[in-house]
Design a binder for this molecule. Structure first.
Ligand SMILES: *[C@@H]1O[C@H](CO)[C@@H](O)[C@H](O)[C@H]1NC(C)=O
Ligand SMILES: CC(=O)N[C@H]1CO[C@H](CO)[C@@H](O)[C@@H]1O
Length: 374
């Protein structure tokens, strides 16, 4: 996978993070969050851009919070949980011009793609351009300490599969390469502006989404092509992360293997205490399934499972110093400085419950988001 040198690097960073985490399990240094992506991460941008009715502005969206906010969710979205965990307010949609962006901004918007130029949305490039044009809203220090969270590509592959029912292997690979090349270019723009800490979530097995199966007319079987495209993409995306961490000085990342996480649940749903992995949570149609909010999932997302997250989990990404040698010199000082924040976070939040909530929310949302594509 990686060369020995980067193994050593990973080992050292993991040990360092572990050392900090042992003393202060939820210490957070990052105080700013920038979000890029599609409907899964949309905090309400769509309603500021669209001329049409935006479903997410109306119930049942937002029902668990009693208010629809433009999030494609029954309540909070994953970046909200992360913000909560970091001890900062929810990150507002950038298109809400009156919002307070002191802790970051969300550029994510429903229907976003990497390639093409779909109407009433912003491609990844357009999102990154907006971020870059507005970088003066934040200091250089803030920009370099921030976490950059990215989830994008589902719509590219679902649309591709719809328009190209039987592509050759070479055609599939060529399309994936186009998507990855573009993502690479955009990460470099963010890095150029000062971004160092990237949190990537890879794509779900798109053909297993209930909405996709339903549209295919066979709810028992996952649709092969969309999942295959997602798997090809994920492999290349991980390679890109490894490559960038060698190429770009100080580039740090957390890679969450959402694909495996979802697939484990679809295949071994009982193990994960979902009532079913076949039907959707709270959806409509023949396989909508059961109430997702009552599910109790037995393992931590982006939290601790070394099989699906690496090389750093989100907590580690938050605390990893930009310059590792500095912390080696000043570790006691750094820990002392973190102590008040640590106690504050622990007194305010049930961090374990937050991990579980995040997991449930992800599962719910990826399905919901996909149901609007078909
Ligand atoms: C911020 O960083 C840029 C380069 O990324 C540099 O040109 C600029 O002078 C810096 N601003 C301050 C205030 O240090
Ligand atoms: C297959 C399945 O679980 N279908 C359910 C979908 O939701 C409706 C209403 O909430 C139920 O009546 C179905 O049983």
């Amino acid at each position: 996978m990686a060369n020995p040198k980067s193994h050593v690097f990973i080992l050292i960073t993991t040990l360092l993070a572990l050392l900090l985490l042992l003393h202060f399990p939820s210490v957070s240094l990052a105080q700013t969050l920038f979000v890029f992506g599609d409907g899964l991460y949309d905090a309400g941008n769509k309603q500021f851009l669209s001329q049409n009715r935006v479903d997410a502005s109306f119930p049942p969206y937002g029902i668990t919070l009693g208010k629809a906010t433009g999030r494609w969710s029954d309540g909070r979205i994953v970046p909200d949980y992360l913000a909560n965990f970091m001890g900062i307010p929810q990150i507002p949609p950038f298109l809400q011009s009156t919002a307070d962006f002191s802790h970051g901004a969300s550029f994510a918007i429903a229907d976003a793609t990497v390639l093409g130029s779909p109407p009433e949305t912003m491609t990844l490039s357009q999102q990154v351009m907006k971020f870059s044009e507005n970088k003066n809203k934040w200091t250089n220090k803030t920009l370099s300490e921030a976490i950059y969270m990215i989830y994008i590509g589902s719509d590219d592959y679902l649309n591709y599969a719809k328009n190209n029912p039987s592509p050759s292997d070479a055609q599939k690979q060529a399309f994936v390469d186009q998507v990855i090349t573009k993502i690479n270019a955009e990460i470099k723009v963010v890095y150029g502006v000062g971004g160092r800490k990237f949190a990537f979530q890879n794509l779900a097995p798109l053909g297993c989404l209930p909405a996709v199966k339903q549209a295919n007319g066979n709810v028992q079987e996952c649709v092969k092509l969309p999942s295959e495209m997602a798997a090809l993409h994920n492999k290349k995306l991980l390679q890109l992360m490894i490559e960038l961490s060698k190429q770009l000085n100080g580039f740090q990342y957390s890679f969450y293997d959402f694909f495996s996480s979802i697939q484990n649940r679809v295949i071994k749903s009982k193990t994960y205490t979902f009532e079913t992995g076949i039907a959707a949570c709270c959806g409509t149609g023949s396989i909508n399934g059961s109430d997702c909010s009552s599910n109790n999932v037995g393992h931590l997302m982006w939290g601790a499972d070394p099989e699906v997250v690496g090389p750093n989990n989100l907590r580690e990404l938050m605390v990893l110093p930009l310059d590792l040698t500095v912390i080696l010199g000043d570790i006691h000082e750094a820990m002392a400085a973190m102590r008040p924040r640590q106690s504050k976070i622990e007194s305010l939040y049930d961090t374990k419950k937050m991990d579980l909530d995040m997991e449930n929310q992800w599962f719910y949302q990826v399905d919901k988001a996909a149901s609007f594509l078909i």
